[in-house]
Design a protein around this ligand. Structure first.
Ligand SMILES: [Zn+2]
Length: 300
């Protein structure tokens, strides 16, 4: 099973709406309930400086290394410490590994990642390193692919990713997100700006109208799928109204679209700030289950 996880996916960020503990909880729930043994998980190493430099500027990486509060780091809504920076560098390694595994196995799920608000030269939101962008660039450099698509279904726009790949014809960025919400919107190749209160069926209609077209016309050799858990109706940060079942249907739709066209897909978990963290964990576990159901031969 191409699942990527590290027991080091944790850092102390103080009292915060971002439940960092969710990564460990998703992992534990998967081992407990989905009969995936601990030894089956692939453990990533940290991304190297060389890999990070494919996306991020040397000055910004230097700030991160020094845990320095500068104009490049101050827009972060997380504290900064060695432990926190290491988590982000490790997560970038995890997304790289997910991309590599996806090319081999057709799919892979990274039980972390999706830090799409990080820009090349600055932090934003809860994001220091844009692991999605690093994954794309490493695979373009070493993985034999040219074209990739980032399909971002998080509550929030993938603004950092959009800017990093702006005017880059080799990467298609798609983002479906709540309009009236953080962050200040940038221009993706295709943005779907949703009003508050959007439910399962309207959301799915947008995907049905756009995802097959992107896959057929752009023909990516790799899809990075940001399976954010925060479009959920009980999320604390947003006002979309997707159900837990609707979010799983979303994931299943994306997976089927890629499988049908033989396009490898690497998945990141993205955001998730449900009132009850167990709901966020369930949503992420469902993403893993949907991937297993669609891709693993035994369950078909
Ligand atoms: Zn989000």
């Amino acid at each position: 099973m191409p699942f990527i996880y590290s027991p080091r996916y944790y850092a102390d960020i103080g009292i915060h709406v971002f439940p960092v503990i969710k990564y460990q909880k998703v992992y534990e729930k998967l081992t407990r309930e989905a009969s995936i043994s601990e030894t089956e998980f692939l453990i990533p190493g940290p991304a190297t400086d060389e890999e990070l430099l494919l996306v991020h500027t040397p000055e910004y990486l230097e700030d991160l290394k020094n845990c320095a509060w500068t104009p490049r780091t101050f827009a972060s809504e997380l504290p900064i410490s060695n432990e926190i920076v290491e988590l982000f560098v490790l997560s970038a390694g995890g997304t790289i590994l997910a991309c590599q595994k996806a090319l081999q196995a057709g799919w892979a799920v990274h039980l972390c990642g999706g830090f799409h608000h990080a820009f090349a030269d600055k932090a934003e939101g809860f994001c220091y390193i844009n692991d999605l962008a690093v994954g794309v660039r490493v695979l373009q450099k070493d993985g034999g692919i040219q074209k990739a698509a980032v399909i971002d279904c998080d509550l929030h726009q993938g603004n950092g990713t959009a800017v990093i790949f702006q005017d880059d014809k080799s990467v298609f960025t798609f983002s479906i997100h709540q309009q009236e919400l953080y962050p200040i919107k940038e221009r993706s190749d295709l943005d779907i700006h949703l009003p508050i209160g959007v439910t399962d069926d309207v959301y799915m209609r947008h995907l049905e109208e756009n995802i097959p077209r992107i896959l057929d016309e752009f023909k990516p050799e790799l899809v990075l799928y940001q399976a954010g858990g925060d479009p959920y109706e009980q999320d604390q940060l947003g006002s979309l109204a997707l159900s837990i079942e609707g979010l799983k249907a979303r994931d299943t739709f994306i997976f089927h679209g890629c499988k049908k066209r033989d396009i490898p897909i690497a998945v990141t978990l993205g955001g998730g700030y449900a009132i009850d963290t167990d709901d966020t964990v369930q949503i992420h576990v469902n993403t893993c289950r949907a991937a297993m159901e669609v891709f693993s031969l035994t369950s078909e």
